[in-house]
Design a protein around this ligand. Structure first.
Ligand SMILES: O=C(O)CCC(=O)C(=O)O
Length: 315
């Protein structure tokens, strides 16, 4: 009797999960084709941003390859912006290293980590209230970046994720979670930026990307992107298919990498030295309706000067 009931409960659970999954996918597709994304595409078309040559160069490479990287100072020449970010990053690094030292001595952990990706420490993680006094949130709405994101996605995007990561050098020789090749499930309209806050060489776990693997690219049929899809292919089969065509971003501090991570990527396998970077995600309103959640709560203070596109990105 107990066994029958347990099997029955498992079946109900499976069916319920399947229905829930189908519901999420249907919500996403309807918002992509008809509702939220259509409205945000219209807003974009009505007021398209004017890009300068640097932004246009990044956009052309993104469209061609799915990624582009350049020195941050070329994209955002104002030295005050970088100085503020660098100073904040240094505080985060000092706090994190003090926290790691205390953990090694048996102290209680005060560092922010997420289940499944415990190998890195986050400045914010989930649910943090952020206002425009936060330099990383301001970076995500800086028109030099936001206009580029909107032009790439051809719609007014949503700033979905803002964080700074510290990945300590691990003793592990096995890649886990996002250290393995995968597609992000968040959205097919997706742009991430990774801003290196230290020099990143092979030992610091560089970001890696497979060009033209995002939807619409030559390799998009390789374990194709699907909403909530199975997005971690078997490593050996994957290596055979990609056949050395991936790009590894070993690069100096102050490099910014843009890429569509619905294409294949991996990184953060820091073997010999820590890696520190800031990461931002812009995606579509359909994604926020169905597939993803913001990691911060926007606190609207001193926000009168925000442009409509900036406000849209944060709300
Ligand atoms: O840490 C990395 O370099 C990869 C991160 C990643 O997979 C992601 O943000 O989707």
């Amino acid at each position: 009797m107990h066994r029958t009931r347990t099997r029955f409960a498992a079946r109900v659970n499976r069916v319920a999960k399947g229905l829930e999954r189908r519901g999420v996918v249907a919500t996403y597709e309807v918002h992509d084709r008809l509702l939220a994304n259509r409205a945000s595409r219209r807003r974009y078309v009505q007021t398209p941003p004017a890009l300068d040559d640097v932004q246009q160069g990044v956009l052309d490479r993104l469209r061609e390859e799915g990624y582009a990287s350049l020195p941050f100072s070329e994209l955002v020449p104002d030295p005050d912006v970088w100085q503020e970010l660098e100073a904040d990053a240094q505080r985060f690094v000092a706090e994190t290293e003090a926290g790691l030292a205390s953990e090694r001595e048996g102290g209680e952990s005060v560092l922010r980590r997420r289940a499944g990706k415990e190998f890195l420490v986050r400045k914010y993680s989930w649910g943090v209230p952020l206002g425009l006094d936060d330099p990383w949130l301001r970076l995500g709405t800086n028109p030099r970046l936001l206009d580029l994101a909107n032009a790439y996605l051809q719609m007014w995007s949503k700033l979905e994720y803002v964080d700074v990561w510290y990945t300590p050098a691990a003793g592990s020789d096995e890649r886990r979670a996002s250290q393995r090749w995968h597609r992000d499930f968040n959205d097919r309209h997706l742009l991430k930026a990774f801003l290196y806050l230290v020099d990143v060489d092979e030992e610091a776990g560089p970001f890696e990307y497979v060009p033209r693997s995002a939807p619409g690219g030559e390799l998009d049929r390789l374990w194709p992107w699907r909403p909530l899809g199975e997005n971690y292919p078997p490593e050996d089969e994957f290596a055979d298919h990609v056949d050395g065509r991936s790009v590894t971003f070993t690069a100096p501090k102050g490099t910014i990498i843009f890429c569509n991570t619905s294409g294949f990527h991996r990184g953060g396998f820091a073997t010999g030295k820590p890696r520190v970077l800031a990461t931002l995600t812009w995606d579509s309103p359909a994604s926020l309706k169905a597939l993803s959640e913001r990691n911060y709560v926007f606190v609207p203070r001193n926000d009168a000067a925000l442009s409509p596109a900036q406000r849209y990105a944060l709300t």
